[in-house]
Design a protein around this ligand. Structure first.
Ligand SMILES: NC(=O)c1ccc[n+]([C@@H]2O[C@H](COP(=O)([O-])OP(=O)(O)OC[C@H]3O[C@@H](n4cnc5c(N)ncnc54)[C@H](OP(=O)(O)O)[C@@H]3O)[C@@H](O)[C@H]2O)c1
Length: 294
């Protein structure tokens, strides 16, 4: 079977172009651009890379992009003061605090301090509740990126069996809620698997659409995949590779070469779900801006 390669990079590029065109048209009419504030605490190298990329791509798309760098030893109350200022700033539509935070800071307290209507990462419990109850709100960017990829590739979900490997608050759980919603691009029959699931391979092999979000390099092999299934690989894992110049490379949770002969469509790693995450952050911020401007 020749599989469709779901190109997340090209899809994310075109979504960003669509957003940029919308912003340019509004600015030409005298409206202010959408404002996105990204907070980074400390010097974590991976977080620095993500934040740089978020700031660069949002500025390129015409956003009012604000990057706030705070010292690793900042006190919780001072971080909350910064969030409070951004909550009150009329030029800011979306606030993201890059995780993980240094160990002395509470991620829960930080997320709770965000105005839920500016929480474009969709992590505030109010937005989690809105998603669970079908109310409009912000959906976390990576699960939203998975859904949009399926839609843009015309992969039907209604009545289909979706199996999600992983139940984190960041990916697996919101994706399950999203896919089982009574809504267009959803209406799936969803199963969520995790580290205590019995006979994982058999559960996964029932999936019409299998999503892997576990952080285990290439764990999903051919026996996990039904003939003709669609596979969405969320995993990003760095493994040693003596042949690579850097000595390492990125792989997903799916053994791409092993499942390729069975799947009807698959996302690669890198270049699949990863680029969609930032595109969805920008899309959520534009949604917030449109709501705010009325
Ligand atoms: N593409 C992107 O932009 C993006 C964004 C976010 C995350 N990611 C990647 O996605 C992966 C998952 O991220 P996450 O934040 O959801 O990770 P996480 O918080 O560590 O959650 C992992 C989930 O996988 C389950 N799991 C772990 N090992 C398992 C096993 N051997 N069998 C079955 N289930 C297992 C865990 O089960 P328990 O609940 O039972 O512990 C947990 O529910 C990581 O590789 C991460 O780097 C990518």
């Amino acid at each position: 079977m020749s599989a469709t390669i779901i190109d997340g990079k090209a899809t994310a590029d075109s979504i960003r172009r669509e957003l940029a065109a919308k912003i340019a048209a509004a600015v030409t009419q005298g409206r202010r651009p959408p404002g996105l504030a990204v907070i980074i605490v400390g010097e974590d190298p991976a977080s620095q890379v993500y934040v740089r990329s978020k700031s660069k791509l949002s500025a390129e798309a015409g956003f009012h992009s604000v990057k706030i760098e705070l010292p690793a030893n900042i006190r919780q109350e001072d971080l909350l003061v910064t969030i409070g200022q951004l909550n009150a700033d009329p030029l800011i539509d979306g606030i993201l605090c890059q995780l993980p935070l240094p160990g002395h800071l509470s991620e829960d307290a930080t997320i709770l301090a965000l105005d839920p209507d500016k929480d474009v990462d969709g992590l505030h419990p109010v937005n989690a509740g809105r998603l669970a109850t079908g109310l409009p709100g912000f959906v976390p960017c990576t699960p939203l990126g998975c859904k949009v990829l399926l839609q843009r590739y015309d992969i039907p979900t209604e009545g289909r069996r979706v199996v999600i490997l992983g139940r984190s608050n960041l990916v697996g759980t919101p994706l399950a809620l999203l896919m089982m919603q009574k809504a267009k691009g959803a209406n799936a029959t969803v199963t969520v698997c995790h580290s205590r699931t019995k006979d994982l391979a058999a559960e996964c092999a029932r999936a019409d659409i299998l999503v892997a979000a576990i952080g285990r390099p290439r764990m999903v092999t051919a026996e996990y995949v039904k003939e003709g299934a669609v596979v969405i690989d969320v995993g990003i894992n760095r493994i040693d590779d003596p042949a690579a110049k850097s000595g390492s490379r990125l792989v997903g949770d799916v053994d791409y070469d092993a499942v390729m002969g069975k799947v009807s469509a698959i996302t690669p790693v890198p270049g699949g779900v990863g680029p969609m995450t930032i595109a969805m952050l920008l899309a959520n911020t534009v949604q917030s801006w449109e709501r705010r401007l009325g």
